[in-house]
Design a protein around this ligand. Structure first.
Ligand code: NPG
Length: 369
C-alpha cells in the first residue's frame, strides 16, 4: 500500500459535563484526526488521544501534531510500500511519542482494512460481537452530586463503575458509592498517580469497600513502589500510565506490581502493541480491560473491537457516546443491556461526519503530501 496524502484535522468538541481527575478538569476535547489516502484512493482515519496539556503523560495534542507533521507523516509518505505491520519499523527512529504513532497507525490500518474488506474486530482477533461496558466517573463537587451521577449511570445499565480519586477525595466518596450500589456491583478506583508510598496505610483502608482494583496510585516510573503496595493491600493493583509496551507489561507482572492491566492503544503506541500486551497478559492469566481517553466514535469503534479479544475479561471504559458527547463525530455508540456492539463494517466500521468535523474545526486542515 502506498500512502499518497495525509491531512491533519483539529477540532474542539464540547463535553456534556466537566470531567475532573486528580490532574485537572476538562470541559472540551481538543481532537486531532489523521486522515490518509492511498494511491488507490482508499481513505483511513485515526484519532489521537493526547490531551490539550501534558498532564496525563508527557504527550499533548499540539506536540503530537508537530511530531506527525515533521517526522511521522514524511516517513510514511516517503515509503514506497507501507502496512500497519511495517509501520513500527519505519517510525522507530522517533523515540517515544506513542500517542502520535498510534494515531498514524490507526489511520493506516483503517485504510488497509477498508481496502481488504476486513473489520478491526476480525483483524485484531475479536472473540465476541459485543462488549461489557463500564463508566468512569470524575471527581464531583460534592458526595450528593457524585451519587446522583452514579445513580444515572446505573440506571443506564453500566456494568461497572470507576471512580476517580485523589488525596482528600477517596474513602468518603468510595464508601458512599459502595453503600449506594450494594455489594454486587463492580466498583473500582483510579488515582492517576496522585499518591506516594507514604500513603500505603491510607490506601489499605480502601480494602473495606470490596473494590475490583485500584488503578495507578503512584507515578508511572515507580514499578517497584507498586510492587510494595500490591504486597501490602488486598485490593488488586492495576497499572495504566506505567504500561507503555508489552515488554513493560511483562516486567511489571513478573515483579508483582500489577495483577490486572489497563490497555489503552494511544498510551502504548497503537493497536498492534495493544494486542501484544493482551497476549502477554493472557499467557499469564492476567486479566486486561480497555481504558478510554474520551475518544470520539472513531477511536471508540476501534477500542470496542479491541475489547472483544478473549483476554479482555473485565468491563472497559468503553462507554456510550452520550457519556461524553451530545453529538458524536460518527454514528453514536449506544448501550444495550450494558454492552456495546462491535462494529462489523470494513476498517473501524464507522463513518466520520465531515459536516460536524467542519463545524467543530479550530483551524483549516493541514495537508501533507
Ligand atoms: O471513558 O473514555 C473514557 C475515559 C476514561 O477515566 C478515563 N480516562 O486516566 O483513564 C484515565 C482517564 C483519562 C481521561 C486520562 C482523559 C487522560 C485523559
Amino acid at each position: 500500500m502506498k500512502i499518497a496524502r495525509i491531512s491533519l484535522h483539529r477540532l474542539a468538541m464540547p463535553l456534556v459535563r466537566p470531567f475532573e481527575t486528580s490532574f485537572g478538569t476538562q470541559t472540551e476535547r481538543d481532537v486531532l484526526l489523521v486522515h490518509v489516502v492511498t494511491s488507490d484512493g482508499v481513505e483511513g482515519w485515526g484519532e489521537c488521544v493526547a490531551g490539550a496539556d501534558p498532564v496525563y503523560s508527557s504527550e499533548y495534542v499540539s506536540g503530537c501534531e508537530h511530531v506527525i507533521e515533521h517526522y511521522l507523516a514524511p516517513a510514511v509518505l516517503a515509503a514506497r510500500d507501507i502496512t500497519a505491520e511495517t509501520l513500527d519499523a519505519r517510525l522507530r527512529f522517533v523515540v517515544g511519542h506513542r500517542m502520535a504513532k498510534a494515531a498514524v497507525e490507526a489511520a493506516v490500518l483503517d485504510a488497509q482494512l477498508r481496502a481488504s474488506g476486513l473489520s478491526f474486530g476480525r483483524y485484531l482477533g475479536a472473540a465476541r460481537d459485543e462488549v461489557d461496558c463500564g463508566v468512569s466517573v470524575g471527581i464531583a463537587p460534592s458526595i450528593d452530586e457524585l451519587l446522583d451521577e452514579v445513580s444515572g449511570y446505573v440506571a443506564e445499565g453500566y456494568r461497572r463503575i470507576k471512580l476517580k480519586i485523589k488525596p482528600g477525595w477517596d474513602l468518603e466518596p468510595v464508601g458512599a458509592v459502595r453503600a449506594l450500589l450494594g455489594d454486587g456491583t463492580l466498583l473500582q478506583v483510579d488515582a492517576n498517580t496522585a499518591y506516594t508510598l507514604d500513603d500505603i496505610d491510607h490506601l489499605r483502608e480502601l480494602d473495606a469497600f470490596g473494590l475490583l482494583l485500584i488503578e495507578q496510585p503512584f507515578v508511572e516510573e515507580d514499578i517497584a513502589g507498586h510492587a510494595v503496595l500490591a504486597a501490602a493491600i488486598d485490593t488488586p493493583v492495576c497499572l495504566d500510565e506505567s504500561i507503555t509496551s508489552a515488554a513493560v507489561a511483562s516486567d511489571a507482572i513478573e515483579r508483582d506490581a500489577t495483577s490486572i492491566v489497563n490497555v489503552k492503544p494511544g498510551r502504548v503506541g497503537g493497536y498492534l502493541e495493544s494486542v501484544r500486551i493482551h497476549d502477554v497478559c493472557l499467557a499469564r492469566d492476567v486479566p486486561v480491560w480497555c481504558g478510554g481517553m474520551l475518544e470520539t466514535g472513531l477511536g471508540r469503534a476501534a477500542n470496542v473491537a479491541l475489547a472483544a479479544l478473549p483476554g479482555f475479561t473485565l468491563p472497559g471504559d468503553t462507554s456510550a457516546s452520550k457519556r461524553y458527547y451530545a453529538d458524536d463525530l460518527t454514528e453514536p455508540f449506544e448501550l444495550v443491556d450494558g454492552r456495546l456492539r462491535v462494529p462489523t463494517g470494513p476498517g473501524t466500521g464507522v463513518t466520520v461526519r465531515t459536516d460536524l468535523m467542519a463545524e467543530w474545526a479550530t483551524r483549516p486542515p493541514l495537508l501533507l503530501r
